[in-house]
Design a protein around this ligand. Structure first.
Ligand code: ZN
Length: 438
């Protein structure tokens, strides 16, 4: 599908395209590689950070592991022209393989894993799991990075039978992360290769060549449209590949319409689920440094950089909690959130979200101009509010920011759900955001 046709495409077709992106992206590294392929197909050029940039006009991106920043510099812009930014995150809560993962117990071989982020642990039980991530291989004395994925169901974390915990449905399930979240990977009969040998065999490598890994588990069940009329999308990692992908589509649409006064930017960050404090997370300098380089690469000065920031705006896109029909008491009664009812502006007086009256008005205006319905949301005042990258990018860059997202259920479950009409709504709203004058 071409970028220009995406923003007005039939909603279920858009939802199916999102499902394909999610299935292609089991790890943040794959999410960035999938995005990079689409950007390159649309004419974006990958820039290397250690190089001098010949990048005064055109479409560019930088990938740093599981983070990616892409931008389009229209011809004839001033060095102090503002940035119009979409931010999202590529990581999702999951289970990650320990450096010495081999565990042998009760006649089975298991894989030691750490819990990454706020996993809804019980949803990982009795699911068929694959593995993905990146390896570093020994090549001529230097580590060489390689992405990998194993989509066979090689792992499983079995529940304990109800006969051995009769009061589980009344008492609730308590899971110890060290003891109860250890996937089974094989039986102990016959020869028992360790994880390194397993990986080497699976990927056609020499075991000795594997120096290290960033490896994680994923559900091998593909995303699906569900509901009597396919009203919903059931998938892993909607939080936040929904927003990463709709942001990507909006950028590609905005480039086709060639903005004349501002620079559209897409910033996809890793490590949001663990606090964003890393070399490529939203609490670090990655976006600030790369945007400053786009000014310098056009012959701009430090003064131009600061002038550009003064008129720039950012929309931080992450998922929101739809009102759950079985737990409606968990939501503020005046701020019911619906799936398939358009983007949500997220507001928190304590700045857990960066939205303020001005940026709320700007995003609402973008929705209205693109004919997209918009919702507004606050958490129950007696519940702690979540947060996302909006306040972090706002405090790193000092620019006006709004936090938005689409409504979903089962956030941080291994399989979440959202409205199948909402990806198309969000692309239209974000495309308008990149295209409007502020
Ligand atoms: Zn999120």
């Amino acid at each position: 599908m071409t970028p220009s046709s995406t923003s007005h495409a039939e909603p279920l077709g858009v939802a199916r395209d999102l499902a394909r992106y999610i299935d292609a992206s089991p790890s943040p590294f794959h999410a960035c590689e999938s995005a990079a392929r689409e950007l390159e197909a649309a004419g974006f050029r990958r820039l290397a950070e250690p190089s001098v940039w010949d990048a005064a006009a055109g479409s560019f991106f930088v990938q740093r592991g599981g983070s990616l920043v892409a931008w389009h510099l229209p011809v004839g812009l001033e060095a102090w022209s503002p940035f119009r930014i979409i931010g999202a995150h590529t990581d999702s809560p999951n289970l990650r393989v320990k450096p010495r993962p081999d565990v042998f117990k009760a006649g089975v071989r298991q894989l030691g894993v750490e819990v990454y982020g706020g996993v809804l642990l019980h949803t990982w039980l009795d699911r068929d799991l694959g593995l993905s991530g990146r390896l570093f291989l020994r090549r001529d004395g230097r580590p060489e990075e390689r992405l990998f994925r194993i989509d066979r169901p090689v792992l499983r974390i079995p529940n304990l039978a109800i006969h051995l915990q009769r009061d589980i449905n009344e008492q609730g399930l308590a899971l110890n992360r060290q003891q109860h979240m250890v996937p089974v990977i094989g039986s102990l009969q016959g020869t028992v290769p360790g994880f390194r040998d397993f990986l080497a065999t699976e990927l056609g490598l020499e075991a000795d060549a594997i120096l290290s890994w960033d490896a994680m588990c994923h559900d091998v069940q593909p995303a699906a449209l569900v509901g009597a009329k396919e009203e919903f999308l059931s998938a892993a990692r909607l939080d936040n590949l929904f927003s990463s992908w709709t942001g990507l589509k909006a950028l590609l649409s905005a480039v086709v319409s060639e903005p004349t006064t501002s620079i559209p930017v897409l910033s996809l960050f890793d490590h949001e689920e663990v606090g964003s404090a890393s070399s490529r997370g939203a609490a670090g300098p990655i976006l600030r440094d790369l945007l400053e380089r786009t000014v310098l690469a056009r012959g701009g000065s430090r003064e131009d950089w600061h002038r550009a920031l003064a008129t720039s705006v950012c929309v931080s896109v992450d998922m929101a909690h739809a009102t759950h029909p079985n737990y409606s008491e968990k939501h503020d009664p005046e701020h019911t959130l619906l799936m398939n009812a358009g983007p949500v502006i997220k507001i928190n007086a304590n700045q857990r979200y960066a939205t303020e009256g001005e940026t709320e008005a700007l995003f609402q205006a973008a929705c209205e101009r693109s004919g997209v319905p918009v919702q507004k949301w606050v958490n129950r005042t007696d519940l702690a509010c979540g947060s996302t990258i909006g306040p972090l990018t706002a405090s790193q860059l000092g620019i006006r920011t709004v936090d938005v997202g689409c409504a979903q259920l089962a956030m941080h479950s291994i399989r979440e759900m959202c409205g199948s009409a909402d990806p198309a709504y969000m692309i239209r709203a974000l495309t308008a955001w990149l295209s409007e004058e502020f």
